[in-house]
Design a protein around this ligand. Structure first.
Ligand code: ADP
Ligand code: MG
Length: 656
């Protein structure tokens, strides 16, 4: 018995027990080796006229024996000589394939796509097997040899037994694993089944470029006998048929001009388990130090768990058609977590288990490109197909907003122009740019209102008042909206070229302002003056009202923007009523600061006369009643609950 070269016992142990986290990749590794062996033989046939291939299709064949607990992976590729068995399988971390690639470097091209690289994949077999037997016959040789090992004590190489690869031109390799007996979940027994193997092939080796076949059991209906009576029940028989398990065509490697959208759609729905076609498909190829192919999809609808913490973002990462990671999160920025797709690169430096990429800088480079491509696609969609874009935004807009919020506004420059908001004036969705383009020249801020429903916001006195003054208001109904605005602070508006009719504007930053904040200034000078005068004139009344309301408000004053309503509530400081409401629902509500409320009274409303009359008559009880009622009423108009509904009802009754 020969000993493994290098410190291989320890190394082998390390390898089997620590390199891989996932046992089931053993099949991926064996199929990759078989595919390499076929590639090598095809390459020889191309470059050496004396190499003649028979009529047999070059293929990889899987078989299993449930009773003997064996799985065999066979190929009719280049095979190995006795020396090669010794060298390639006896030396851990020696890759015959890497050597082959290097020797033929100048021929690397379309027709050769060698996967092997580290010289360890083969040993992953020992994660599931306690014995491995490899029978191999090199192309052009008439003797097969067998390599056998229990993975612990070393290995043997000897001529193969009669019946093992001794037919005419029987080149190729059979790798047979004797599966270890393990109880429970972890048992490799699940691989001793047609469905188990089919599943592994589809998952990891679906795009390997040679067919992976298996004899599969099928059933079919027997022909109806001619003399069958009316009570004939159909009879079935089962039969064996060679089935090709992998689909082979990596659609992402084709130029998009060569692929029908239908085929992309079919690939998307079957690969990502969506029943709706994707809204958009993006495919691109990067060339250079790091070349890769990418195929990305923007789904038509959000998966049900998109906004839950269970949702896993990521693109499938392939290297030379073999799956490395099903969901590589590093390839996608969080705000584009809804994108599905594949990135395939022969150049990425994989770690030795090929489970992850070694270099994060490579991932980051790909991620940046993916991000740019997705953004360009969305921008184009927004421009060319507004209806589809609005649907997209309904599904995924919230994620974009979270992107801005979570980056403390840093990603606003990338994402702001993808956002849509409901315009109170236009009564449709608009972008920031559209909002800005429609602003009167006197306006230098972007106004928004946040609350639970559009209908309610639309009716809010401050909103109506703003719109009446020619200022549009963005109506926001998602939790994240206002938090996002606060993270963003301002919108950077691009320069608009001047023409004869409109003044051109330079690029500028426009503050984002909640229309309910107290220092709002779109009221006309006249209105402001009036409000100021009223505040001065009725100072006593406001102070008395403040006393009545106590801690509920920080101030009572005359309003320049209540519009037609007798009163409204505004806030001072960073916390708006809407934010207060949202924060109150969060688990750490106790910590959240409340909104600083201001009750604003409309001095030109008839109700105001009643107030002054009560004050002048020294009727404190009446003043208290009116004060509470006006405050509660203003709350209701904001869509907020009154503090004490029973008190409110009592007050209304008293008035009646
Ligand atoms: P890698 O594939 O990264 O080179 P492996 O440990 O998977 O490393 O395989 C080691 C070497 O054994 C391969 O490089 C190849 O030379 C040889 N080999 C493995 N399987 C086969 C096969 N089915 N046919 C021919 N050669 C093989
Ligand atoms: Mg390999």
């Amino acid at each position: 018995m020969k000993q493994f070269k290098t410190e291989s016992k320890k190394l082998l142990d390390l390898m089997i027990n620590s390199i891989y986290t996932n046992r089931e990749i053993f099949l991926r590794e064996l199929i990759s080796n078989a595919s390499d062996a076929i590639d090598k033989l095809s390459f020889m046939a191309l470059t050496d006229p004396s190499v003649k291939l028979g009529n047999d299709e070059l293929a990889i064949t899987l078989s299993f024996d449930k009773d003997a607990r064996t799985i065999t992976v066979s190929d009719n590729g280049v095979g190995m000589t006795e020396e090669e068995l010794d060298k390639n399988l006896g030396t851990i971390a020696h890759s015959g394939s890497q050597a082959f690639k290097e020797a033929n470097a100048e021929h690397q091209g379309e027709d050769i796509d060698i996967i092997g690289q580290f010289g360890v994949g083969f040993y992953s077999s020992f994660m599931v097997a306690d014995k491995v037997r490899v029978v191999s016959r090199a192309y052009g040789s008439d003797q097969a040899y067998a390599w056998e090992s229990d993975g612990v004590r070393g290995y043997t190489v000897a001529p193969a037994e009669p019946g093992e690869r001794d037919g005419e031109n029987d080149h190729g390799t059979d790798v047979t694993l004797y599966l270890r007996e393990v109880e429970g979940e972890d048992s490799p027994d699940k691989f001793l089944s047609e469905w188990g193997l089919r599943d592994l092939v589809r998952r990891y080796s679906n795009y390997v470029r040679h067919p992976v076949q298996m004899m599969a059991t099928k059933s079919r209906e027997l022909p109806k006998p001619e003399d069958a009576g009316d009570d004939y029940t159909p009879q079935w028989e089962s039969y064996q048929e060679l089935e090709t398990l992998n689909s082979m065509t990596p659609i992402w490697k084709k130029r998009s001009s060569e692929v029908e959208q239908e085929d992309y759609d079919e690939f998307y729905t079957s690969t990502f388990h969506d029943w709706e076609k994707p809204a958009r498909t993006v495919s691109f190829h990067a060339e250079g130090a790091l070349s890769y192919d990418a195929l990305l999809f923007i789904p038509s609808r959000a998966p049900f768990d998109l906004y839950s913490k269970d949702y896993e973002k990521g693109l499938a990462l392939y290297s030379s058609n073999v799956m490395i990671q099903e969901k590589c999160a590093d390839l996608l920025p969080d705000h584009f977590n809804f994108v599905r797709g594949v990135v395939d690169s022969p150049d990425v430096s994989l770690n030795i288990s090929r489970e992850t990429l070694q270099q994060n800088s490579q991932l980051r480079a790909i991620e940046r490109r993916v991000e740019r491509k997705v953004k360009d696609e969305l921008t184009a969609m927004q421009r060319d197909d507004r209806e589809a874009y609005e649907k997209f935004f309904e599904n995924f807009g919230r994620g974009l907003k979270f992107g801005i919020y979570n980056s403390y506004g840093a990603s606003a420059s990338d994402l702001a122009d993808l956002l849509l908001f409901w315009s109170a004036r236009e009564e449709k969705m608009v972008t920031f740019a559209e909002y800005v383009a429609a602003m009167p020249s006197s306006q230098d801020k972007i106004y928004y209102a946040a609350g639970e429903s559009r209908e309610r916001l639309q009716k809010m006195p401050v909103v109506k008042n703003a719109v009446d003054h020619g200022f549009d208001v963005l109506l926001c109904t998602q939790d994240v909206d206002e938090f996002m605005f606060q993270a963003m602070r301002s919108y950077h508006a691009a320069a608009v070229a001047g023409d004869s009719e409109h003044q051109g504007t330079d690029e500028r930053d426009l503050d984002l302002v909640n229309v309910s904040t107290a220092d709002l200034d779109f009221a006309t000078e006249e209105e402001k003056e009036q409000a100021e005068k009223a505040s001065e004139e009725h100072k006593d009344l406001f102070e008395a009202m403040k006393d009545v309301l106590g801690d509920k408000v920080v101030a009572v004053r005359a309003s320049a923007r209540a519009g037609e309503a007798p009163a409204c509530i505004s806030t001072e400081g960073p916390v708006s009523l809407e934010m207060e409401r949202i924060m109150a629902e969060s688990p750490d509500a106790g910590m959240a600061p409340g909104a600083r409320r201001v009750l604003e009274l409309n001095a030109s409303h008839p109700v105001f006369g009643k107030l002054t009359a009560a004050k002048d008559a020294g009727d404190d009880a009446r003043l208290k009643l009116y004060g509470s009622l006006l405050y509660d009423q203003a709350l209701l108009m904001e869509g907020l609950p009154v503090d004490d509904p029973i008190e409110f009802a009592k007050n209304v009754c008293e008035l009646m």
